[in-house]
Design a protein. Structure first.
Length: 161
């Protein structure tokens, strides 16, 4: 009788242990996310904007893709600003090189690489701190968009000077 009780207890715990993993378990790499364009096929930009702005009839995956779209727009702006800063540095580096001074471009590239690493790690940290929450990807993409928007503003200031 005791042997059967032990087996029964073990079988009762098995589903709890077996179901411990969810789609939100473990690490993820944002580089492999489906693009918002592929996620919303056949929908017009106006439809996607309505879904993203209102959240009406949207599930968590829809909202995550809306945040992903927000990041993509911020990243597009970032790329434009980076191109302008690189051109500015390239022009300035010509005179620096002629005078034998250190060039700005290599340091800017190191700073930009460190910034991208900071952004990614900060956002992964925030997402993983949530645990297996269904909103994990939404928060991740919002973080990526917000930090990228801040970098765009920093580069705009740099270009003004």
């Amino acid at each position: 009788m005791i042997h059967r009780t032990k087996i029964l207890c073990m079988l009762t715990l098995l589903p709890i242990v077996a179901s411990a993993k969810t789609v939100y378990s473990g690490e993820f790499d944002y580089h492999y996310f489906k693009s918002p364009e592929a996620y919303f096929p056949g929908r017009s930009a106006a439809e996607v904007t309505r879904i993203c702005d209102s959240g009406e009839h949207a599930n968590n995956e829809d909202l995550a893709q809306c945040s992903h779209l927000k990041f993509n727009k911020a990243n597009s702006q970032l790329e434009k600003k980076l191109k302008a800063v690189r051109l500015m540095n390239e022009r300035g580096d010509k005179s620096l090189k002629a005078s034998g001074d250190p060039l700005a471009s290599p340091y800017f590239e190191k700073a930009q690489s460190a910034w991208a690493s900071y952004r990614d790690n900060e956002c992964y940290s925030e997402a993983y701190a949530m645990g297996e929450a269904a909103e994990r990807e939404i928060f991740f993409w919002e973080c990526m968009a917000n930090i990228t928007d801040s970098r765009v503003k920093e580069l705009e200031e740099l270009l003004k000077n």
